[in-house]
Design a protein around this ligand. Structure first.
Ligand SMILES: NC(=O)c1ccc[n+]([C@@H]2O[C@H](COP(=O)([O-])OP(=O)(O)OC[C@H]3O[C@@H](n4cnc5c(N)ncnc54)[C@H](O)[C@@H]3O)[C@@H](O)[C@H]2O)c1
Length: 246
């Protein structure tokens, strides 16, 4: 139970990768705040965590809204008195080739994927600073490193997350706060379920390991980055991608 007594906040934890992260951190002993815009599903995740014997609450929060985020963090401080772990996982896609991409497609993705990370980190890091300890993990993407046709907004948001991670890692290194990113490859979740079968087959061919990743593959990497095993690791991008990008 390496995370016993720790309080973790996972955004976008109602399903997919965020849910797998929330469940694994709880299995390792952490109390977990499940935050998502999908409140019903977030409640289901929180219930599963309570059934494991850990404390959990579900909160309906849009990470793109700084006021909602600030209220979320105040609620967590009232209920749990501390925050040890923040996993910025909430993310969306609005894929289109550039010439068909609207300003709205651009803003929606940047607002959730990049501004959301800024909002949550800023609200949480003040408390971690006072505690003089904390672990923050930002879920970026392989697409932020290598680009992908049809995802200019998404790739820019995830590359932004990487630059943001390295910068705040420097700003808070002396406060005992480790801030890292994970760049998952193609992971089997509702986000990638919508990909056409032909695209999935093509991807399989490009992935040296010959399979899509599972949410648990990402969760295990998060566990490393929030545990004591990574105390001397900060400002890094950990690729969890079956070898598709090295
Ligand atoms: N699936 C992949 O292949 C893959 C690859 C690389 C990176 N990622 C990243 O991993 C993260 C999780 O992706 P996933 O595949 O589990 O996606 P998903 O769509 O299954 O889950 C995303 C969750 O985020 C929530 N969410 C969306 N907008 C939100 C908002 N404004 N505020 C709060 N919550 C919000 C959704 O309700 C959902 O529960 C995302 O940041 C995504 O970009 C996914």
């Amino acid at each position: 139970m390496e995370l016993l007594g720790k309080v973790a906040l996972v955004t976008g934890a109602a399903q997919g990768i965020g849910k797998a992260i929330a469940l694994l951190l709880a299995a390792k002993g952490a109390d977990v705040v499940v935050s998502d815009i999908n409140f019903e599903k977030a409640q289901e995740t929180a219930k599963e965590i309570e059934e494991k014997g850990r404390r959990s609450i579900a909160l309906k929060v849009n990470v793109a809204d700084p006021e909602e985020v600030e209220r979320m963090v105040e609620t967590i401080m009232e209920r749990f008195s501390r925050i040890d772990i923040l996993v910025n996982n909430a993310g969306i896609t609005r894929d289109r080739l550039l010439l068909r991409m609207s300003e709205e497609d651009w803003d929606a993705v940047l607002d959730v994927n990049l501004k959301g990370v800024f909002n949550c980190t800023k609200s949480v890091v003040k408390h971690m600073s006072k505690q003089r300890s904390g672990k923050i993990v930002n879920i970026a993407s392989v697409v932020g490193l290598m680009g992908n046709a049809g995802q200019a907004n998404y790739a820019a948001s995830k590359a932004g997350v990487i630059g943001f991670t390295k910068t705040v890692a420097r700003e808070f290194a002396q406060r005992g706060i480790n801030i890292n990113a994970i760049a998952p490859g193609y992971i089997q979740t509702p986000m990638t379920e919508v990909l056409p079968e032909k695209v999935k087959e093509e991807l399989m061919r490009l992935i040296p390991m010959g399979r899509l990743g599972q949410p648990e593959d990402v969760a295990q990497a998060v566990l490393f980055l929030v545990s004591e095993a990574s105390n001397y690791v900060t400002g890094q991008v950990l690729n969890v991608n079956g070898g598709i990008y090295m």
